[in-house]
Ligand binder design. Structure first.
Ligand SMILES: N[C@@H](CCC(=O)N[C@@H](CS)C(=O)NCC(=O)O)C(=O)O
Length: 217
């Protein structure tokens, strides 16, 4: 019997979805355990697996790994084809670069500011802050520009050879474009917009769409 895989995370987390996209692309079966890292008390037994209380954690039998980029590299190494990492050194560097750019400079403005304030918060009846949206949009533009330049160059994000870069970027873009401002900003970056038109149709994206929470009574 195969060693069970449990993805411990929060349904609406982009990081949780990145891992799900990789598992779907590699056709690896897994179970999920729902952990909401934004609740006041993250369960103590979860903090033993993730000392920083973020999501997700991947458990493969007794082996726990946290930090999404590390989780994805683990899945890539532990399971066979399709291979989601190029072997050619320049392409491999570009994959690592896209992942790092999106983690370091993209997540906060694109997801926590633009998407959260324009889309998620209203969907749960929470107030939004227009300044957060404007600041987030401004900070998102250089990120889109940098990734668009890498997509134009041709080593990654070509819509054909799927890599961990596609899987890491897609959940962020999927949230960002739900805000009208995000969708318009993406359209001004043609290589990235072309990539998203193709990649967003993949089963791994369609099957992992968390939707939005229904508004609390
Ligand atoms: N560096 C972490 C980031 C994970 C992360 O920030 N996850 C968010 C959800 S998308 C979280 O747990 N946030 C809880 C918080 O900020 O307290 C990773 O790569 O896994």
């Amino acid at each position: 019997m195969a060693t069970p895989i449990i993805l411990r995370g929060y349904k609406y987390s982009v990081y949780n979805r990145i891992v799900r996209v990789v598992l779907h692309e590699k056709d690896v079966p897994y179970e999920t355990e729902e952990i909401d890292p934004f609740q006041t008390m993250v369960p103590k037994n979860y903090l033993r697996r993730h000392p920083f209380g973020r999501v997700p954690v991947l458990s493969h039998g007794n082996f726990d790994v946290y930090e999404t980029a590390a989780i994805c590299r683990y899945i890539e190494a532990a399971f066979d084809s399709p291979c989601l990492l190029p072997t050619e050194e320049k392409a491999l560097a570009r994959v690592a670069q896209v992942v790092s750019i999106i983690d370091s400079y993209g997540y906060r403005p694109m997801v926590r500011q633009v998407f959260a304030h324009r889309v998620f918060r209203p969907s749960v009846g929470e107030t939004s802050d227009e300044i957060e949206i404007a600041d987030g949009l401004k900070a998102s533009l250089p990120v889109l520009g940098a990734i668009n330049a890498l997509a134009s160059e041709g080593y990654v994000l070509d819509g054909e050879a799927i890599t961990l870069a596609d899987c890491h970027l897609a959940p962020m873009v999927a949230y960002f474009v739900q805000a009208a401002e995000g969708a318009s900003a993406l359209e001004t970056h043609s290589a990235l917009a072309d990539w998203w038109r193709t990649f967003s149709r993949r089963p791994a994206i369609l099957e992992t769409d968390p939707g939005l929470p229904s508004r609390q009574a």
